[in-house]
Structures are given as C-alpha cells and as structure tokens.
Design a protein. Structure first.
Lengths: 321, 321
C-alpha cells in the first residue's frame, strides 16, 4: 500500500486539502469554504467529512501516515491557531489536539502558511538541496518562512519569521497590525496597489491606471499595464523592488541564505518584481554577500502550494521521528 | 588527567589566549601583540611558542583536546581569516590548516569573534539553557552571533550575522565598510561618540563634553558624564538606544529569540544603554513579540570573553564529534 499524508491549507476564504505522496504528487485535492463556520468544532467535523468523502476512491490503495496543516497565525510548537484576524475563530484554537480525535495515532503537525510554503519548497520544490533559504509570500500581506541549517526557524515562541512586519519606512503607511511603515504595506499585492495610487498622486504623466478605482485595482492589472509599458505601473514595480530588495539585504546580513524564493499573487508578475528586487538587494548588500544570493520564483505551483507545503510539513515530521 | 582546550582570541591589537577546562575555568591566560607581525607564519610560530611556554606549568596535569580560535572575518566553514581590514595579513589566511601543524590530531575550529562570544554565552554564560538567542558586541564596531535551534547561524558562506551592517538610516553616516547608514555607525562605542558630536552641533545646552576633542572622547567618558546628569550624554544614550532598539525589533521579527545579550565597550555602560534599547525595542515590536524578549548584559567577563568564547567553540566542536 502506498504511503501518503493529508495536507490542509486553511485560508481566510477557502480551506484546500489534498492527499500527498512522498514524491509530492497530489492524489486527491478539493476545498471547502472557511468562512461559513463560526464554530471551529463544526468546521472541523465538516472538513473531516469532506476529506473522507473525497479520498474514498483511494481506500485500500493508500495508507495515511500523517496530517499537516498550514494556517494563518499557526503556532508549530503548540499546534494552535492564535488570534488570527482573518479567520472567524477568536482566541487560541487547539487545532492539532482537536484534529487528533479524527486521526488517532497519526502524526499531526501545524504551522503558519508561509512556514508551510518554505517546508514545501525544501521537501518538494526548488530548495531540495539547500540548508539556508527563505520563502517570501507576496499576497494580501507579506509572509515568510526562514530555514537555517536545514530547519525552520520558529524561535522561542513558534512565531519567528514575520518579515512582513519589519520596518520599511519610519512613520510610513498604516499597516493591518496597527503600526506604521511595515514592509508588507509596501511589498505585497496590496502594497503595490497603494504605491500605484501614491504615484498617481505624485506624477502628472498619463496612465491607464487613472481609469481604475482603488477597490477594483489588482496586482494583475498593474502587471499587465507594466507589460504594455505604462510608466506608473513600471515605476510602481521599481519602487516595490527597491523597498523589498533593500530590506532583503538586511535579511541577508542576518542569515546569509543561498536563495530567497518569491511566491503568491505579486510573484506572478515574475521578472517585473524579481528584477528590481534583485537589483536593489545587490546595491544594498555588504560586499561579502554580493552576487551570492539567488532571488527565485517558487517552484511550487501557486494554486496548491499551500496544500503541498502542509503535506511537506507532515512528511518532514515523519522523517524526524 | 584533566581535559582542556586552548582558546585563542585574535584581536586587532592583542592576541589573547588561555587554557579552558570543560566548566569554563581559565587555567593559564596571557597575550601577545598582533600588530608586530606582518608575516602570518612568523606570527603563528611566535604565538605557539608563547602558548607552550605559558602552559608549561600545566604539563602532566592537563590533556589538550582541541583549539578554538575567534578572529575578525573568521570563516567557520573554511577555517580562514578573510580580508580582515584591521589585521596586517591581506587576503585569505588558512589559519586552521596552518594551526594543524602545531597541534596535529587535535580538533581545531575557527569563527569570527562575535560568533565565538555567542558560543561562549551558550556553553559557559547566561544562555546555557537557551536555544534561540543573539549576542551583540558593542565595541569599535557592532558584531553579532545568532543562535537558532541551539546552533550558530553561519549561512551558505560562513558569514551570516553581520547585524552591524543592516541599514539604520537611509543615506546616513559613513561606515567603515564603504556604505552609508549602517547600524554600527550609530550603535557602537564609536557610534555614540559620533552621536555626541552631532548633538553638540545640534543643541545649545551646556555639556562637559564640549571640553573634549573628538579623538580623545571615549564611550567611558560619555557614560561617566551621563551618570553625572550631563544632558548631551544622556540624549546620546537615548538616541543610541532608539536606533539599536528599533533595529533589534526587526531582528526579533526574523528569529524571535529568547534573549539578546550585549557585550563590549558600550555594554559596560550597563543600564544607560540597556534601558533605552529595551524601551525602544518594545515600542517597535509586533504585538505578538512584546514582553517576551530579554535584553541582558553578557555574563562572560568582558576581559576574557573572547578567550572563553574561543574555548567554548572548541568544546562545542568536541561535543559534536
């Protein structure tokens, strides 16, 4: 019987899940809605039922060895989701403990979504042969998973690796965390949208983005405008790359990683974001680090990177046993 | 026979060394001059002879198991000193390899001085029970040793942990590395001296420091003036703590350490530097990290912290074998 794990990616809107073998093949994949349940126990029961139903066809072929979960504010040490502002469940939710009732005897592990992406990159992706690297997710916010000496950096409390909240600008833009000037207020799919609106105010040049209102604007639209040569869109990418690249230079001074992988909505702009980020990172590096650190696109498919990451977390735990 | 290691701390001016037992007791300690030798081989021969002579009285009582070396720009992976601007020897010096000829069969390890201090703190000092912490040396420059999951962070190239060169001020003060605005241009014994001179220019209030020229001014004098209530000196400590504390908040967002230890010249000002650093770090922390991270004085004696650190490095290597 083939061995596999279940990977669960709890997002603000959808919960995606899949059955992942040791090579990273996803044998059954589907999703449920995260927002419909205000009671976590009800959510978990429905999720379990949905998973069971969807993997029915694998019975007898696959032996499930563990369950990996990626979630916002997921705490690896405690197996909890703690005060996640984009989920319905308040306070501290003992997810792993509750999950054990549905999967008795199995290895269950939970971490935050960006950490899961980093483990996914290490186990199944472009970081297979790396011991020191960083994954940056550029979505609504900026998430990060840091790997040092082949292990995820969790710190004393399980919450290490919040690069979205290092300071990028003294008294800068409001951040969702209640402070000002955090990196994710600039370098994220939402951040570049804010940068476009700031540039539309600063500059007097034409731009197709002057026809779009704030709420309708997406990173994809900015990317498409840039590819058509729109000067505001191009400057927005340059500015975003400057902020991100110069801050990543400081991160390199901490960890000297072999590579930094970009993933998520804004990373889909590919060279538009990679090139200025790399350029400004190099310009700001201490000489000993220059021309050593790769900026790469994640090799995990964006669509199910979360599920693969969660599955990789479970496999990684099983390996350590 | 008692087991011990030799710890060697190569500094810009002096090379200190000692025989260190497993408990961190220093049984023989002395120093030579680093600056008198322009040829590394000559330096090493004289150093070896001096060590042999000084530990003559321990023969028959002590069995030397290894040699640990802390040095500026020391590369742990390669056992080399690489392009150290404050030493006479240019280029890449294969220190461990050359040392092997004098100590055949022994474990020999080399790292940079701040990393050695961090290992000293872990093996003999205040971080004995910690797996995630950082040591910051505040001397002429700012050095750092970062420990994650109980291991030093070396990164892909052996040069991780250069927090002295993260950016503290866009287009700020000239730094010895050739760039501008690096943290060590503000937060170090030299940095606070520059801050005093900047404040003497900015402010019109009296200060005993108006009687001192730049070259004569020391961190100790600033510290003594502050203790006497000198307003310029007090503001200089506040400003230094603001820069250091706000940057350490970003470092916490990387690693979430249990403690940050301060060591070296400026750390001897104790509460004068600890208090504002702690205050501004807390003010700049993401809420989940608040009131969790200790700012502590190193518990290694400043006088031989380098030698103890180098000895701890050797013991740590022996433990890993």
């Amino acid at each position: 019987m083939k061995e596999a794990v279940i990977g669960i990616d709890i997002g603000g809107t959808f919960t995606k899940y899949g059955v992942i073998d040791r090579e990273g093949n996803c044998m059954a994949e589907s999703f449920t809605n995260t927002t419909t349940h205000y009671n976590f126990d009800d959510y978990l029961k429905d999720l379990y039922d949905a998973i069971e139903k969807n993997m029915q066809f694998l019975k007898g072929q696959v032996e499930i060895k563990g369950v990996g979960i990626g979630a916002p504010n997921g705490n690896y040490y405690a197996g909890t989701i703690e005060n996640a502002v984009n989920l319905n469940w308040r306070g501290i939710i003992p997810v792993s403990e509750k999950m054990k009732k549905y999967y008795p005897g199995l290895t269950i592990a939970l971490t935050n979504d960006a950490n899961a992406a980093a483990i996914g990159e290490m186990v199944f992706g472009g970081a297979k042969d790396m011991k020191d690297f960083i994954v940056i997710t550029l979505g609504t916010g900026l998430g990060s998973g840091i790997v040092v000496n082949g292990d995820l950096v969790y710190g004393q409390d399980g919450f290490a690796g919040e690069l979205g909240h290092i300071n990028a600008h003294l008294n800068g833009r409001d951040c969702g965390c209640g402070r000002k000037g955090c990196l994710e207020a600039y370098a994220s799919a939402s951040g570049i949208r804010r940068t476009v609106f700031w540039l539309l105010a600063e500059r007097m040049i034409d731009s197709e983005l002057r026809e779009v209102n704030f709420n309708d604007l997406t990173a994809k639209m900015i990317s498409e405008a840039a590819l058509r040569g729109d000067k505001i869109a191009l400057e927005a990418f340059d500015y975003t790359g400057w902020i991100l690249g110069s801050k990543l230079a400081d991160t390199v001074a901490h960890n000297s990683p072999e590579a930094i992988f970009l993933l998520g909505g804004l990373a889909n702009s590919r060279e538009l974001i990679i090139n200025p980020t790399k350029k400004y990172m190099e310009e700001n590096l201490l000489p000993i680090y220059r021309n050593k650190v790769k900026i790469l696109l994640s090799s995990l498919p964006d669509m199910n990177a979360g599920v693969l990451g969660a599955g990789a977390l479970a496999w990684n735990e099983l390996r350590r046993l």
